[in-house]
Design a protein around this ligand. Structure first.
Ligand SMILES: [Zn+2]
Length: 385
């Protein structure tokens, strides 16, 4: 072990930091890809318009060097991804082997630089959190990336790289919580047998990638809860109170990584879950005090208004800023400038997508499937904790 007797005493980051980049403003996966819409730039613009993002709290994301990605990804895949960006095309062999140049993972101008920037943020977050603190990287959360291939719009797996970086920087026990509508298959692939990485994923049942079964248990630390279409805020509150928070608290993590995908809300086109953004903000707040290090990532989210509003509210929650019922004109202008075209039509935003950040809560009765899933996992947890 290194002798650190004379090392300077690092301080916990005294206030939450936001890691972002301008690369997300102008890059697109292509004309009709779900990730054609602006997301992180909306969050940056809205947060600034609300007065919530002073320069001292903003960190420009570095771009990860290729060698820094090999903690999870194969050198051969990284080289193929860089070559595809340089050539703006792939061979049939590369497409077959690495799933690059497919409808989901297309060739586009920044196809290496953009994910390498999100990965750079996650790697940096682990360093900045060495002595504790709170970091938000809404460009992160690409939880489907696999060691040797792209998967589900994810070219790299920044949550895995974040967990590895946190561990290199002093966190041993790490809790990963994922409330994206899709299962965190790449993260589970990386840590399924690691008893020091608690993995909790809540995702829509019978939806791509169709992994993440209730019965997966890994080394006893994998908790997957597939939930039925129509999941609403009251059910998510039950899942948080009866499953997520007790599991994380019982694990006593040195760090928590929350993947806060925005695709489980009613307005999102990629799932049939019906949460309001209140559900996400409640979980963001509740996890905050359960460990000294807290990294919140983005993830899915394909309606430009709902993802921009939700993720800006995440930053407000981390900041302790009060979200007003009606946002100021300057912030409304950010939302009003967004467009969302589909091959069929140009979508018209609902009025409250422009004038508010907070959705109306969406509650209802608890489904038997959700209740029994939570009970099943907590019975298992009592044997494990
Ligand atoms: Zn998703």
């Amino acid at each position: 072990m290194a002798d650190d007797t004379h090392a300077p005493v690092a301080q916990a980051t005294p206030f939450p930091r936001f890691i972002g980049s301008e690369i997300y403003r102008s890059s697109s996966y292509g004309a009709w890809h779900p990730l054609r819409v602006p997301r992180v730039s909306t969050v940056m613009d809205l947060s600034r318009a609300m007065g919530w993002l002073p320069a001292a709290q903003f960190v420009t994301s570095p771009r990860a060097k290729p060698a820094a990605l090999t903690g999870f990804h194969t050198p051969r895949y990284i080289a193929a991804l860089q070559a595809a960006e340089a050539a703006q095309g792939v061979s049939a062999e590369t497409r077959a082997r690495h799933a690059l140049g497919t409808p989901s993972n297309p060739v586009f101008k920044e196809m290496y630089r953009r994910p390498a920037t999100s990965a750079g943020a996650s790697l940096l977050a682990g360093e900045l959190l060495a002595k504790g603190g709170v970091i938000y990287s809404p460009a992160g959360g690409t939880h489907h990336g696999m060691p040797d291939r792209a998967n589900g719009f994810c070219y790299l797996n920044d949550p895995v790289l974040a967990i590895q970086s946190l561990r290199r920087n002093g966190a041993r026990r790490i809790a990963y919580v994922d409330i994206d509508a899709h299962h965190a298959d790449g993260v589970e692939h990386a840590f399924v047998h690691d008893p020091d990485t608690l993995l909790i994923s809540v995702h829509e049942a019978n939806r791509w990638p169709r992994t993440g079964a209730l019965t997966d248990s890994g080394a006893g630390q994998v908790y997957n809860l597939p939930v039925p279409a129509g999941l609403h805020d009251d059910e998510m509150a039950l899942i948080a109170d009866a499953l997520i928070l007790p599991l994380v608290a019982g694990f006593r993590p040195d760090a928590i990584v929350l993947q806060c995908g925005a695709d489980a809300v009613l307005e999102d086109p990629q799932s049939r879950l019906t949460l309001s953004n209140n559900a996400h903000w409640a979980i963001v707040a509740a996890l905050r005090d359960l460990s000294p290090r807290y990294l919140v990532l983005g993830g899915g989210g394909y309606n430009p208004w709902s993802v921009g509003r939700l993720w800006t509210g995440v930053w407000a929650t981390l900041q302790g800023a009060e979200i007003p019922d009606r946002i100021p004109q300057e912030a409304q202008d950010v939302l009003r400038a967004l467009t969302w075209e589909t091959p069929q039509k140009r979508r018209t935003p609902a009025p409250h997508w422009i004038t508010t950040l907070r959705d109306a809560p969406r509650g209802g009765p608890i489904s038997e499937e959700t209740r029994s899933g939570v009970q099943y996992l907590m019975r298992r947890a009592r044997r494990w904790v």
